[in-house]
Design a protein around this ligand. Structure first.
Ligand SMILES: O=P(O)(O)OC[C@@H](O)[C@@H](O)c1c[nH]c2ccccc12
Length: 263
């Protein structure tokens, strides 16, 4: 299913979307495969597969460490393509690739979008791709049926909202704070004015990411948006525990989101 459809479906039914981030190849590709299956079974709606990069400037310590270890263990674009291909055979959950622009440029924008589209990804997230340069990437994604995800941050000015929203596809990634990825306490209520401004510009689902570490934080964030994105808290469980802990944690997030709707 197309990413936009899946999350729009969540939006129209009022069910909150749950997006889980997992670093590809940490600690190995077999574990990534198992982890994606586990979060699908636990009720995630979309998985963001992180393609590791050596200089992940938007990432905090947990995801930085996961990327470094995945690279040391031999993670590559090619192996991640194979992983996606395999996941499309063994799961039905939509997948997005999250990576840095350098990786895409090195591989070739054309080839990157064509190969990953063929493998079956629905979305592409490139946090260091400036809106101005997305003209080089967005048409290729559109041609290939990939949603190129745009970001909104508390620092995004009202003038920038319009051009960002007009190019957006799939969903809007609303960053909860201006730091790096990682669990921290955030007052999601403070995002309300920004999110209201974004809603005036687009009908796409809004997903809040950065900082969510507990089911309660997910529930609070989901009050403000259509979906939540959780990365570091998931990767921390994979590092310190195992795939079963990731499954359990994802199920607890799902439960909190479903309960939040009633309360
Ligand atoms: O880790 P957090 O705080 O839960 O944030 C989500 C995040 O992990 C995921 O979307 C992501 C991982 N690396 C990124 C880099 C930039 C933007 C987003 C990301």
């Amino acid at each position: 299913m197309k990413l936009a459809e899946k999350l729009c479906n969540c939006k129209s039914t009022g069910r909150k979307g749950l997006i889980i981030y997992i670093t590809a190849g940490y600690p190995d590709y077999h574990t990534t495969l198992e982890a994606v299956k586990a979060v699908e079974a636990a009720g995630a709606d979309l998985v963001e597969i992180g393609l590791p990069f050596s200089d992940p400037m938007a990432d905090g310590p947990i995801i930085q460490q996961a990327a470094a270890q995945a690279l040391a263990a031999g993670a590559t674009v090619g192996k991640t393509l194979e992983l996606v291909t395999k996941l499309k055979q063994e799961t039905t959950i939509p997948l997005a690739i999250m990576t840095y622009y350098n990786i895409v440029l090195q591989y070739g924008i054309d080839k990157f979008t064509a190969d990953f589209a063929q493998a079956g990804i629905s979305g592409l997230i490139i946090p260091d791709l400036p809106l101005e340069e997305s003209a080089a990437v967005e048409p290729l994604c559109r041609q290939m049926g990939i949603d190129l995800i745009q970001f909104i941050a508390p620092t995004t000015t009202l003038e920038r909202l319009k051009p960002i929203c007009s190019q957006a596809a799939g969903f809007l990634y609303c960053i909860s704070n201006t730091g790096v990825t990682g669990v921290r306490h955030i007052d999601y209520g403070q995002l309300a004015p920004l999110l209201a401004a974004v809603r005036r510009e687009t009908d796409l689902p809004l997903a809040i990411g950065f900082g969510i570490g507990t089911p309660e934080a997910a529930r609070q964030a989901a009050k403000q948006a259509d979906a939540v994105i959780v990365g570091s808290a998931v990767m921390e469980r994979l590092m310190k525990q195992d795939v079963a802990a990731v499954r359990e944690f994802t199920a607890s997030l799902r439960l909190a989101l479903d309960r939040g709707e009633q309360g």
